[in-house]
Design a protein around this ligand. Structure first.
Ligand SMILES: [Zn+2]
Length: 381
């Protein structure tokens, strides 16, 4: 199935394997960058390396057998689906002992890796989720309107509308806003059209839970149309597009994705800037791995900010899942801690379980100078 967002991440983080080991397998299958042969070779190499890793693991026979069966299933899935796959990435999650299996198609090629751990490795999914917004694109013309959904790099038509609006009044050489204003007053039917379009847009937002609105206008309709928008939608209106009603979906998608990338980058910079400002005035923020993990352990984190792909080994208390950089014993319960492959992944999972937002920042950014990770806190530090 296609990866569609938070519900799948929550089903993975909610999986209770008890003392089992589980398999997370990520494969870059982006056929725009890689040939089919290259993908097959890297899948094979990754599987071979993974089997060796299982062999070398200090775990009971039953656990190792379960991991072996996970990898058999991964191999079967790839052999069966790779040829017809159109997605840029695959994420496969297995725990054979508990009969758990989830195959997700990703819109973005992940780093190739196989990870065996007590919990599923969901960080690449969280990063993808953070990269995309659910966007409503509206293309508006004098008589027509078309709506599209753009999400995770794909576009689909939502609705369209045609109104009976008379042709434009020739302004006989007059130019500028004065003549435009006169025309506007004359044209009540154009207003009705805009009103209808604004209402339909609002209904579509309520139904689909969009994050953003992007609108492509003909002429200078934006001033008039935007005055009809519900306040809620005015806040969601992120940018205007050059796309027009008659454009192909492929062309609209291309522009929407460019705009999305630009807005995301600005948002990331603003997030980091806000975090630094908060840190510098000694406010409600933490930076660096040690302090941020401590804050997370005691439920002080409001939202987590981490550099994309920043990973570090860490430790976890087996009793109450507190996360540590290097404590051999849990300072709270004095029990020996266990090694984690990537403590940042665990921190992100913890945040997800608590419905706490996670922002992953594309490097290089100013966050690199603050230890690659930080958090906005609930209480004053
Ligand atoms: Zn403990």
């Amino acid at each position: 199935m296609k990866f569609s967002g938070r519900p799948e991440i929550e089903s993975l983080t909610g999986f209770k394997g008890r003392d089992d080991l589980v398999t997370s397998f990520y494969l870059d299958t982006d056929k725009s960058r890689l040939s089919k042969k290259e993908i097959q070779v890297s899948a094979k190499n990754l599987l071979t390396a993974a089997r060796l890793q299982v062999e070398a693991r200090a775990a009971g026979k039953e656990l190792k057998d379960s991991l072996g069966r996970d990898l058999d299933r991964v191999a079967d899935h790839i052999a069966l689906h790779l040829a017809s796959l159109n997605a840029a990435g695959l994420a496969l999650f297995a725990c054979s002992r508990r009969d758990f299996w989830l195959a997700l198609e990703l819109p973005h090629g992940p780093r190739n890796r196989a990870i065996f751990d007590k919990t599923f490795y969901v960080r690449p999914l969280a990063a993808i989720l953070d990269k995309y917004s659910r966007i409503c694109v509206l293309l508006l013309a004098r008589r027509e309107a078309r709506w599209f959904e753009v999400f995770m790099g794909e576009i689909r038509p939502l609705d369209s509308l045609t109104s009976d609006v008379p042709g434009k009044i020739k302004d006989g050489g007059f130019e500028g806003t004065a003549s435009k204003r006169i025309e506007r007053h004359l044209d009540a039917r154009l207003h009705d059209h805009f009103k209808k379009v604004a209402q339909t847009t609002f209904d579509l937002f309520k139904k689909n839970g969009f994050d953003w609105l992007l609108v492509g206008y003909e002429d200078n309709h934006h001033v008039d149309f935007e005055s009809h928008l519900h306040t809620y939608l005015k806040d969601k209106l992120k940018d205007r597009l050059k796309s027009r009603v008659g454009d192909t979906p492929a062309k609209v998608l291309k522009e929407a994705l460019e705009v999305e990338g630009r807005i995301k980058k600005t948002e990331e910079e603003e997030t980091v800037q806000r975090l630094i400002a908060e840190l510098e005035r000694g406010g409600r923020a933490s930076s660096g791995l040690r302090d941020t993990l401590n804050r997370l352990n005691v439920f002080e984190v409001q939202s987590l900010v981490a550099t994309h792909n920043f990973a570090k080994e860490g430790r976890v208390c087996p009793t109450h899942r507190f996360l540590y950089v290097d404590e051999a014993k849990c300072p709270v319960c004095d029990k020996p801690t266990e090694v984690l492959v990537d403590v940042i992944d665990e921190a992100i999972e913890t945040a997800f379980k608590r419905h706490c937002p996670v922002k992953q920042i594309t490097p290089p950014s100013k966050l690199d100078r603050y230890g690659h990770i930080g958090a906005f806190l609930k209480y004053k530090a």
